[in-house]
Each structure stands twice: as C-alpha cells, then as structure tokens.
Design a protein around this ligand. Structure first.
Ligand SMILES: Cc1ncc(COP(=O)(O)O)c(C=O)c1O
Length: 312
C-alpha cells in the first residue's frame, strides 16, 4: 500500500508507522469493529470528499447496531476525515475510518471496552486491478453464501462481515477469477465481496434489494440516480444466478472499485464485450465525483489545504 504520513487516532495525529493498537484489542479477536470506505477526488476547486455525510451517517448506523457509543459527534468525525486528507497533502485518496471495541477486557462481551476511532487515508487507485474498468473483470459465483441478517446484520459495515467476504474472495482468486459474487441463503444474487451488483437486460437496469443481502451502497445509490437522469428504466428486484449469465451487461459498484463492468461469470461471457450502458454510467459517475456536474455539487466536500503545523 502507498503509505501516507499521518493517521488520526482519537483526535491525535500519529505518524503512519506509530499508529498502533494493543494485540489484545477486542475487535482483533472478536470482529467487533465497524468501518467506512470513503474517497476523495481531484476537482477544479481542489480535493473533495464524495458523499461524506452519507458515509458518516452509515458509520453511526453501523455503530448503533453494535451498541457502540462513538465518542465523537457527527461533525467532529466529518472534520477529522477532512483533516486526515489535508494533513497528508493528498489530492485523491481512499479514506478508512474505523471504530472498534478496544483494549480492556477479553471475552465475547465487548461492552466493558472503550470505543477507539482511527482514520487513515492513502493513495489507492485501483481496487479490482489496473485494467478492470476498461476490460471488465471475471467473476465466480461463490460456494460461500452471503451472511444472513439472522446470523450477522449485513447492513452494519462490520469487520466481522468481511470474514465471510474474504473466504469468497480467496476461493475466487485461487480459482483464477478477479472477484466473487455471493448468493444468499435463498440462492439469489446478493452482491460481490466489496461491491454491489447491477444487471442490464433489454435496456432495463436492476439491482438486488437490500433484503436480498446487498449493502445499501452509496455508489449503488449514485448509479440509481444517474440511471434516472439518463432516463433508463430501473428496478430493484431479485436476480437469479442464471439471470446473471444471460445479462447484456453486469456492473460492480463500490467506493473502492468505482463502476466496473463484468466480462465473465463462471466462464460465461457477458454481453458483446462492449458494455455501452456501463461506459455511459461510468462517464456520468466520473463527471459527478470530479465536480463536473453541478446538480450533484452538494455531494462534494472540499478539503482545506494543509495547515503547515501538525500537532501530535
Ligand atoms: C460488502 C460491500 N458491498 C457493497 C459495497 C459498496 O458500498 P459503497 O458504494 O457504499 O462503497 C461495499 C463497500 O463499501 C461493501 O464492502
């Protein structure tokens, strides 16, 4: 990873290599952390964070599900995210705020432990590989099922969920694919391991509802709004495995991955290899995140340039 200089931890800035936690931190043992993945993009007016409010709001929702009292307000955390980008002098970056049950008491009960919060930001250009956006990715439908709300709440962006995603990702990578697509316990498509999924068939865009196990992704919401602007027909409906195979186009969307076309699922090529809708959506998404679409200007929070002194 491309290291930056500073990491924000509980209001203080620590040098990248000094941002450490105790090995008996509760979240490390029991998966009791929640986090966000946010991006900052270059715009004509300087670096700007995309849909910061929605990300911080989802962080607080995840915390609520895990009964975590985050010891910072909404505004304090929003400012801390901006400060982390600014102090590292980053123009474009990925931002990872995490809140977790910290060090104090071992045992499955997390509640006796205090909540710590950290925010890191670093340059992270491509999540699914350099050629993914142009050439599309190859996906495998995983033998691992997406967590079910009766087992772990999928709408909490919790570290524990990603043990499920990691198993699917390992399986896909070992089999020579780029990404895994996860079905839920009813055998219908939920999402990928770090992205939502869309299908286009006969000009209609669709994506699985949250009730099928999809995270309410912020990029997913952005793509739905873009499709509306483009006058595309859109449905939030259940997608079966075979409907994936017979799609004209399949897209993965996420903060890390952006808008990425899928070129193959389980050895079946998707569409003609041209993906005209994907290209249009990607272009519109790129315009929005780089501040070239006034309609969505309020989704961008400008980052103040770095103040020279850094207090640690
Ligand atoms: C499991 C999962 N699904 C979907 C997404 C996409 O969500 P977003 O667009 O908010 O990044 C992510 C990334 O946060 C994710 O981890």
């Amino acid at each position: 990873m491309q290291e930056a200089q500073w990491i924000w931890m509980n209001r203080e800035l620590h040098k990248w290599n000094d941002a450490k936690i105790h090995v008996l931190t509760h979240a490390l043992h029991y998966g009791t952390g929640i986090f966000e993945g946010i991006r900052c993009f270059r715009t004509e007016d300087g670096p700007a964070i995309f849909r910061l409010r929605e990300h911080i709001s989802r962080l607080f929702d995840s915390a609520k599900i895990y009964m975590m009292e985050i010891p910072f307000t909404f505004n304090e955390l929003s400012d801390a995210v901006k400060q982390t980008v600014s102090v590292n002098n980053l123009q474009e970056c990925y931002i990872r705020p995490i809140a977790y049950y910290s060090y104090g008491e071992m045992g499955v009960n997390p509640l006796p432990n205090k909540i710590d919060v950290a925010i890191a930001a670093w340059r992270w250009d491509t999540y699914l590989g350099k050629e993914a956006e142009e050439k599309g990715v190859r996906c495998q439908v995983s033998s691992w099922r997406r967590i079910n709300p009766s087992i772990l709440p999928p709408q909490a962006k919790a570290t524990a969920n990603y043990a499920n995603g990691s198993l699917a990702k390992i399986e896909a990578i070992k089999a020579g694919y780029d990404e895994a697509i996860m079905l839920n316990m009813d055998n219908v498509v939920a999402e990928a391991t770090g992205e939502n999924i869309f299908r286009i068939k006969d000009g209609i865009l669709s994506t699985p509802p949250a009730s099928d196990g999809a995270l309410r992704g912020i990029t997913r919401d952005t793509v739905i709004q873009i499709a509306g602007d483009m006058g595309m027909l859109f449905r939030r409906n259940t997608i079966s495995r075979e409907e994936l195979y017979t799609s004209d186009e399949v897209l993965l969307t996420g903060t890390a991955a952006g808008v990425t076309p899928v070129r193959e699922v389980d050895g079946r090529s998707i569409g003609t290899g041209k993906w005209p809708f994907a290209q249009k959506i990607r272009q519109a998404y790129s315009d929005i995140i780089h501040g070239r679409n006034e309609k969505y200007g309020s989704w961008l929070d400008l980052v103040e340039p770095r103040r020279m002194e850094v207090r640690v």
